[in-house]
Design a protein around this ligand. Sequence first.
Ligand code: SF4
Ligand code: SF4
Length: 367
Amino acid sequence: MGDILKEKIRDFACGIGLPIFGVTSPAPMECLEPLLKKRRNLKLDSPFEKNWQAEKRCRPKTSFPWAKSILCFGMPYWKRGEENREKIFARYALGRDYHFVMKDKLTKVGEFIKQLVGEDFKYRICVDSFPLAERALAYRAGVGWYGKNCLLYNPEYGSWFFLGELIINIPLEEDKPLDGNGCSGCEVCINACPTGALKEPYILDARKCISCMTQSPGFIPFNIREKLGYRVYGCDVCQEVCPQNGAGAEKSPLFHTGEEIVPKLLELLNITEEQFREKYSGTVLCWAGRSIIRRNASVALGNTGGRELVPLIKKHLYDEDPLVRAHTAWAVGKLGGLGSAEFLRKAWERERDSDVKRQMENTLNLT
Ligand code: SF4
Ligand code: SF4
Protein backbone atom coordinates (compact mmCIF):
# COMPACT_ATOMS: atom_id res chain seq x y z
CA MET A 1 0.00 0.00 0.00
CA GLY A 2 2.82 2.40 0.99
CA ASP A 3 4.66 1.99 -2.32
CA ILE A 4 1.48 2.42 -4.36
CA LEU A 5 0.53 5.51 -2.37
CA LYS A 6 3.98 6.97 -2.86
CA GLU A 7 3.78 6.48 -6.61
CA LYS A 8 0.33 8.03 -6.71
CA ILE A 9 1.69 11.05 -4.81
CA ARG A 10 4.64 11.27 -7.20
CA ASP A 11 2.38 11.20 -10.27
CA PHE A 12 -0.06 13.72 -8.86
CA ALA A 13 2.70 16.13 -7.76
CA CYS A 14 4.45 15.86 -11.11
CA GLY A 15 1.18 16.69 -12.87
CA ILE A 16 0.84 19.97 -10.95
CA GLY A 17 4.42 21.17 -11.49
CA LEU A 18 6.32 19.45 -8.69
CA PRO A 19 8.41 16.93 -10.63
CA ILE A 20 11.06 16.60 -7.92
CA PHE A 21 10.00 14.37 -5.05
CA GLY A 22 11.58 12.36 -2.26
CA VAL A 23 10.64 11.02 1.16
CA THR A 24 12.55 11.11 4.41
CA SER A 25 11.76 10.40 8.04
CA PRO A 26 11.42 13.02 10.79
CA ALA A 27 14.44 11.49 12.57
CA PRO A 28 16.88 14.06 14.01
CA MET A 29 19.76 15.25 11.83
CA GLU A 30 22.38 14.78 14.49
CA CYS A 31 25.41 15.59 12.35
CA LEU A 32 23.93 18.90 11.24
CA GLU A 33 23.14 20.30 14.67
CA PRO A 34 26.74 20.99 15.77
CA LEU A 35 27.50 22.45 12.31
CA LEU A 36 24.62 24.95 12.58
CA LYS A 37 25.73 25.89 16.10
CA LYS A 38 29.26 26.43 14.87
CA ARG A 39 27.99 28.61 12.00
CA ARG A 40 26.14 30.77 14.49
CA ASN A 41 29.14 31.08 16.81
CA LEU A 42 31.29 32.11 13.86
CA LYS A 43 28.56 34.58 12.80
CA LEU A 44 28.24 32.96 9.38
CA ASP A 45 24.45 32.64 9.52
CA SER A 46 22.06 35.20 8.05
CA PRO A 47 20.12 37.73 10.16
CA PHE A 48 16.92 35.97 9.00
CA GLU A 49 17.96 32.83 10.89
CA LYS A 50 18.57 34.56 14.19
CA ASN A 51 15.40 33.29 15.92
CA TRP A 52 15.78 29.76 14.61
CA GLN A 53 17.38 27.36 17.07
CA ALA A 54 19.58 24.56 15.71
CA GLU A 55 17.79 21.98 17.91
CA LYS A 56 14.44 22.81 16.36
CA ARG A 57 15.80 22.93 12.83
CA CYS A 58 17.43 19.54 13.12
CA ARG A 59 14.71 17.78 15.11
CA PRO A 60 11.43 17.97 13.18
CA LYS A 61 9.59 16.13 15.95
CA THR A 62 10.16 19.04 18.32
CA SER A 63 7.63 21.05 16.31
CA PHE A 64 5.63 18.12 14.89
CA PRO A 65 5.60 15.26 17.46
CA TRP A 66 2.98 13.42 15.39
CA ALA A 67 5.13 13.36 12.21
CA LYS A 68 5.85 9.98 10.60
CA SER A 69 7.29 11.09 7.24
CA ILE A 70 8.45 14.24 5.50
CA LEU A 71 7.68 14.59 1.80
CA CYS A 72 10.16 16.87 0.05
CA PHE A 73 9.18 18.50 -3.24
CA GLY A 74 11.06 20.60 -5.73
CA MET A 75 9.51 23.14 -8.11
CA PRO A 76 11.84 24.10 -10.99
CA TYR A 77 11.85 27.79 -11.88
CA TRP A 78 14.46 28.10 -14.61
CA LYS A 79 15.81 26.06 -17.49
CA ARG A 80 19.44 25.06 -17.37
CA GLY A 81 21.60 27.21 -19.61
CA GLU A 82 18.90 29.86 -20.25
CA GLU A 83 20.02 33.49 -19.84
CA ASN A 84 18.42 35.94 -17.39
CA ARG A 85 17.70 39.06 -19.46
CA GLU A 86 16.42 41.04 -16.49
CA LYS A 87 19.92 41.10 -14.94
CA ILE A 88 19.18 43.28 -11.91
CA PHE A 89 17.01 40.66 -10.17
CA ALA A 90 17.92 37.07 -9.43
CA ARG A 91 16.00 34.56 -11.48
CA TYR A 92 13.91 33.33 -8.59
CA ALA A 93 12.56 36.85 -8.06
CA LEU A 94 11.14 37.25 -11.57
CA GLY A 95 7.84 35.43 -11.19
CA ARG A 96 5.09 35.27 -8.60
CA ASP A 97 6.32 34.83 -5.02
CA TYR A 98 7.24 31.14 -4.85
CA HIS A 99 6.07 30.87 -1.23
CA PHE A 100 2.47 31.31 -2.40
CA VAL A 101 2.82 29.18 -5.52
CA MET A 102 4.47 26.34 -3.63
CA LYS A 103 1.95 26.49 -0.78
CA ASP A 104 -0.95 26.27 -3.26
CA LYS A 105 0.57 23.22 -4.89
CA LEU A 106 1.41 21.53 -1.58
CA THR A 107 -2.14 22.12 -0.35
CA LYS A 108 -3.37 20.30 -3.46
CA VAL A 109 -1.02 17.40 -2.74
CA GLY A 110 -2.11 17.27 0.93
CA GLU A 111 -5.79 17.23 -0.01
CA PHE A 112 -5.12 14.59 -2.65
CA ILE A 113 -3.52 12.31 -0.04
CA LYS A 114 -6.40 12.97 2.35
CA GLN A 115 -8.86 11.74 -0.27
CA LEU A 116 -6.88 8.51 -0.59
CA VAL A 117 -6.10 7.93 3.10
CA GLY A 118 -9.13 9.30 4.92
CA GLU A 119 -9.98 11.99 7.43
CA ASP A 120 -7.35 10.86 9.99
CA PHE A 121 -4.65 12.04 7.63
CA LYS A 122 -2.88 15.11 8.94
CA TYR A 123 -0.32 17.32 7.23
CA ARG A 124 1.50 20.60 7.62
CA ILE A 125 3.11 22.62 4.86
CA CYS A 126 6.56 24.12 5.16
CA VAL A 127 7.94 26.60 2.63
CA ASP A 128 10.58 28.61 4.41
CA SER A 129 7.99 29.04 7.13
CA PHE A 130 9.20 26.86 10.02
CA PRO A 131 12.58 26.48 11.62
CA LEU A 132 13.34 23.29 9.67
CA ALA A 133 16.61 22.48 7.92
CA GLU A 134 14.76 22.10 4.62
CA ARG A 135 17.77 21.64 2.38
CA ALA A 136 19.26 18.95 4.61
CA LEU A 137 15.92 17.11 4.71
CA ALA A 138 15.67 17.29 0.91
CA TYR A 139 19.21 15.95 0.63
CA ARG A 140 18.33 13.03 2.89
CA ALA A 141 15.21 12.43 0.77
CA GLY A 142 17.36 12.03 -2.35
CA VAL A 143 16.19 15.24 -4.01
CA GLY A 144 19.73 16.34 -4.88
CA TRP A 145 23.36 16.49 -3.80
CA TYR A 146 25.26 19.43 -2.35
CA GLY A 147 27.35 21.65 -4.58
CA LYS A 148 30.34 23.52 -3.15
CA ASN A 149 28.16 26.66 -3.31
CA CYS A 150 25.97 25.02 -0.61
CA LEU A 151 23.02 24.59 -2.97
CA LEU A 152 21.27 21.34 -3.82
CA TYR A 153 21.67 19.96 -7.32
CA ASN A 154 19.02 17.77 -8.87
CA PRO A 155 20.24 15.51 -11.69
CA GLU A 156 17.60 16.88 -14.07
CA TYR A 157 17.08 20.49 -13.02
CA GLY A 158 20.42 21.56 -11.59
CA SER A 159 20.11 24.07 -8.76
CA TRP A 160 17.20 26.04 -10.25
CA PHE A 161 14.36 24.79 -8.09
CA PHE A 162 12.47 25.77 -4.94
CA LEU A 163 11.93 23.47 -2.00
CA GLY A 164 8.79 22.77 -0.01
CA GLU A 165 7.75 20.02 2.37
CA LEU A 166 4.68 18.22 3.61
CA ILE A 167 5.03 16.86 7.12
CA ILE A 168 2.59 13.98 7.38
CA ASN A 169 1.30 11.55 10.02
CA ILE A 170 1.63 8.33 8.01
CA PRO A 171 4.85 6.38 7.40
CA LEU A 172 6.08 6.08 3.82
CA GLU A 173 9.17 4.33 2.56
CA GLU A 174 12.21 6.59 2.80
CA ASP A 175 14.39 7.43 -0.19
CA LYS A 176 18.17 7.38 -0.01
CA PRO A 177 20.48 10.35 -0.51
CA LEU A 178 21.74 10.56 -4.09
CA ASP A 179 25.16 9.31 -4.90
CA GLY A 180 26.82 12.13 -6.72
CA ASN A 181 29.60 14.61 -6.52
CA GLY A 182 29.26 16.66 -9.66
CA CYS A 183 31.77 19.16 -8.25
CA SER A 184 34.77 16.89 -8.24
CA GLY A 185 37.85 19.13 -8.71
CA CYS A 186 35.83 22.24 -9.72
CA GLU A 187 35.92 25.46 -7.66
CA VAL A 188 34.49 27.85 -10.25
CA CYS A 189 31.71 29.17 -7.98
CA ILE A 190 34.11 29.86 -5.12
CA ASN A 191 36.37 31.91 -7.37
CA ALA A 192 33.45 33.71 -9.07
CA CYS A 193 31.66 34.83 -5.90
CA PRO A 194 32.00 38.65 -5.94
CA THR A 195 32.29 39.03 -2.16
CA GLY A 196 34.19 35.90 -1.12
CA ALA A 197 31.06 34.70 0.72
CA LEU A 198 31.94 31.14 -0.23
CA LYS A 199 34.77 30.91 2.25
CA GLU A 200 35.66 27.38 1.29
CA PRO A 201 33.82 24.45 -0.29
CA TYR A 202 30.41 23.96 1.37
CA ILE A 203 30.87 26.92 3.78
CA LEU A 204 28.83 30.08 3.12
CA ASP A 205 29.26 33.30 5.05
CA ALA A 206 25.64 34.45 4.67
CA ARG A 207 26.45 37.93 5.99
CA LYS A 208 28.73 38.52 3.03
CA CYS A 209 26.37 36.97 0.51
CA ILE A 210 24.77 39.49 -1.87
CA SER A 211 21.60 37.44 -1.98
CA CYS A 212 21.14 37.95 1.74
CA MET A 213 22.48 41.50 1.80
CA THR A 214 20.08 42.80 -0.85
CA GLN A 215 17.18 41.73 1.39
CA SER A 216 18.58 42.79 4.76
CA PRO A 217 17.70 46.12 6.35
CA GLY A 218 20.16 48.86 7.29
CA PHE A 219 23.21 50.42 5.69
CA ILE A 220 25.15 48.20 3.29
CA PRO A 221 28.81 48.01 4.41
CA PHE A 222 31.00 50.36 2.35
CA ASN A 223 33.46 47.65 1.36
CA ILE A 224 30.67 45.56 -0.23
CA ARG A 225 28.82 48.24 -2.21
CA GLU A 226 31.00 48.06 -5.30
CA LYS A 227 30.72 44.30 -5.29
CA LEU A 228 26.95 44.45 -5.57
CA GLY A 229 27.43 45.58 -9.15
CA TYR A 230 24.02 46.16 -10.77
CA ARG A 231 22.17 43.72 -8.55
CA VAL A 232 19.07 45.04 -6.85
CA TYR A 233 17.64 41.80 -5.48
CA GLY A 234 19.44 38.49 -5.11
CA CYS A 235 22.51 37.11 -6.80
CA ASP A 236 22.84 34.15 -9.15
CA VAL A 237 26.56 34.26 -9.87
CA CYS A 238 27.53 31.03 -8.14
CA GLN A 239 24.73 29.22 -9.97
CA GLU A 240 25.25 30.90 -13.34
CA VAL A 241 28.89 29.95 -13.56
CA CYS A 242 28.27 26.36 -12.55
CA PRO A 243 28.91 23.68 -15.16
CA GLN A 244 26.31 21.52 -13.43
CA ASN A 245 23.75 24.13 -14.46
CA GLY A 246 24.90 23.92 -18.05
CA ALA A 247 26.28 27.47 -17.98
CA GLY A 248 29.65 29.06 -18.57
CA ALA A 249 31.38 32.01 -16.88
CA GLU A 250 30.65 34.31 -19.86
CA LYS A 251 26.97 34.33 -18.88
CA SER A 252 27.59 35.94 -15.49
CA PRO A 253 25.88 39.34 -15.03
CA LEU A 254 29.30 40.61 -13.98
CA PHE A 255 29.99 40.99 -17.67
CA HIS A 256 26.89 42.89 -18.73
CA THR A 257 27.15 46.57 -19.63
CA GLY A 258 25.43 49.26 -17.58
CA GLU A 259 23.69 51.11 -20.42
CA GLU A 260 20.72 48.78 -20.79
CA ILE A 261 20.26 48.65 -17.03
CA VAL A 262 20.34 52.35 -16.08
CA PRO A 263 16.70 53.14 -17.09
CA LYS A 264 15.45 50.24 -14.96
CA LEU A 265 17.52 51.37 -12.00
CA LEU A 266 16.30 54.97 -12.29
CA GLU A 267 12.73 53.75 -12.47
CA LEU A 268 13.24 51.78 -9.25
CA LEU A 269 14.90 54.67 -7.44
CA ASN A 270 12.01 56.95 -8.37
CA ILE A 271 9.22 54.46 -7.78
CA THR A 272 6.33 55.62 -5.56
CA GLU A 273 4.73 53.43 -2.90
CA GLU A 274 1.65 53.04 -5.08
CA GLN A 275 3.63 52.12 -8.20
CA PHE A 276 5.70 49.65 -6.16
CA ARG A 277 2.56 47.92 -4.88
CA GLU A 278 1.04 47.87 -8.34
CA LYS A 279 4.10 46.46 -10.07
CA TYR A 280 5.57 44.15 -7.46
CA SER A 281 2.81 42.97 -5.12
CA GLY A 282 2.77 39.18 -5.07
CA THR A 283 6.50 38.97 -5.84
CA VAL A 284 9.36 38.24 -3.44
CA LEU A 285 10.50 41.88 -3.75
CA CYS A 286 7.73 42.74 -1.31
CA TRP A 287 9.56 40.83 1.46
CA ALA A 288 12.31 43.41 1.18
CA GLY A 289 9.96 46.34 0.58
CA ARG A 290 10.26 49.57 -1.38
CA SER A 291 12.82 51.23 0.89
CA ILE A 292 15.39 48.42 0.57
CA ILE A 293 14.81 48.08 -3.17
CA ARG A 294 15.36 51.83 -3.65
CA ARG A 295 18.46 51.69 -1.44
CA ASN A 296 19.87 48.89 -3.61
CA ALA A 297 18.98 50.75 -6.81
CA SER A 298 21.00 53.77 -5.55
CA VAL A 299 24.04 51.58 -4.98
CA ALA A 300 23.64 49.89 -8.36
CA LEU A 301 23.43 53.30 -10.07
CA GLY A 302 26.66 54.27 -8.32
CA ASN A 303 28.22 51.18 -9.87
CA THR A 304 27.21 52.00 -13.43
CA GLY A 305 30.08 54.46 -13.67
CA GLY A 306 28.15 57.09 -15.67
CA ARG A 307 28.88 60.62 -14.36
CA GLU A 308 26.00 61.99 -16.38
CA LEU A 309 23.74 60.28 -13.86
CA VAL A 310 24.66 62.66 -11.03
CA PRO A 311 22.17 65.39 -12.07
CA LEU A 312 19.46 62.71 -12.35
CA ILE A 313 19.93 61.24 -8.87
CA LYS A 314 21.14 64.16 -6.75
CA LYS A 315 17.59 65.08 -5.65
CA HIS A 316 17.60 61.83 -3.65
CA LEU A 317 20.27 63.32 -1.37
CA TYR A 318 17.16 64.97 0.16
CA ASP A 319 14.88 61.94 -0.16
CA GLU A 320 12.38 61.32 2.64
CA ASP A 321 13.94 57.87 3.22
CA PRO A 322 17.21 57.98 5.23
CA LEU A 323 18.47 54.75 3.64
CA VAL A 324 18.03 56.24 0.18
CA ARG A 325 19.74 59.51 1.20
CA ALA A 326 22.76 57.68 2.62
CA HIS A 327 23.21 55.34 -0.34
CA THR A 328 22.54 58.03 -2.94
CA ALA A 329 25.33 60.01 -1.27
CA TRP A 330 27.64 57.07 -1.82
CA ALA A 331 26.49 56.75 -5.43
CA VAL A 332 27.04 60.47 -6.12
CA GLY A 333 30.52 60.26 -4.56
CA LYS A 334 31.35 57.16 -6.57
CA LEU A 335 30.13 58.57 -9.88
CA GLY A 336 32.07 61.78 -9.22
CA GLY A 337 32.49 64.76 -11.59
CA LEU A 338 29.90 67.47 -12.38
CA GLY A 339 30.12 69.10 -8.93
CA SER A 340 29.34 65.92 -7.02
CA ALA A 341 31.57 66.87 -4.03
CA GLU A 342 29.73 70.18 -3.74
CA PHE A 343 26.31 68.49 -3.89
CA LEU A 344 27.44 66.11 -1.16
CA ARG A 345 28.78 68.84 1.09
CA LYS A 346 25.51 70.79 0.85
CA ALA A 347 23.45 67.69 1.59
CA TRP A 348 25.72 66.89 4.56
CA GLU A 349 25.21 70.40 5.97
CA ARG A 350 21.43 70.04 5.80
CA GLU A 351 21.26 66.43 7.01
CA ARG A 352 19.67 66.05 10.46
CA ASP A 353 19.82 62.26 10.92
CA SER A 354 23.10 61.52 12.72
CA ASP A 355 23.53 58.04 11.14
CA VAL A 356 23.00 59.37 7.63
CA LYS A 357 25.31 62.29 8.35
CA ARG A 358 28.05 59.87 9.40
CA GLN A 359 27.50 57.88 6.20
CA MET A 360 27.83 61.09 4.19
CA GLU A 361 31.01 62.02 6.06
CA ASN A 362 32.53 58.66 5.16
CA THR A 363 31.57 59.27 1.55
CA LEU A 364 33.06 62.77 1.60
CA ASN A 365 36.30 61.32 2.90
CA LEU A 366 36.34 58.90 0.03
CA THR A 367 35.80 61.50 -2.67
S1 SF4 B 1 30.67 25.71 -9.88
FE1 SF4 B 1 31.85 23.81 -9.70
S2 SF4 B 1 32.32 23.63 -7.51
FE2 SF4 B 1 30.66 25.11 -7.71
S3 SF4 B 1 28.80 23.92 -7.41
FE3 SF4 B 1 29.19 24.02 -9.61
S4 SF4 B 1 30.40 22.17 -10.08
FE4 SF4 B 1 30.44 22.45 -7.86
S1 SF4 C 1 24.74 34.20 -4.17
FE1 SF4 C 1 26.36 35.58 -4.96
S2 SF4 C 1 27.32 36.48 -3.16
FE2 SF4 C 1 26.11 34.70 -2.46
S3 SF4 C 1 27.57 33.01 -2.46
FE3 SF4 C 1 26.60 32.97 -4.47
S4 SF4 C 1 27.93 34.24 -5.76
FE4 SF4 C 1 28.48 34.66 -3.65
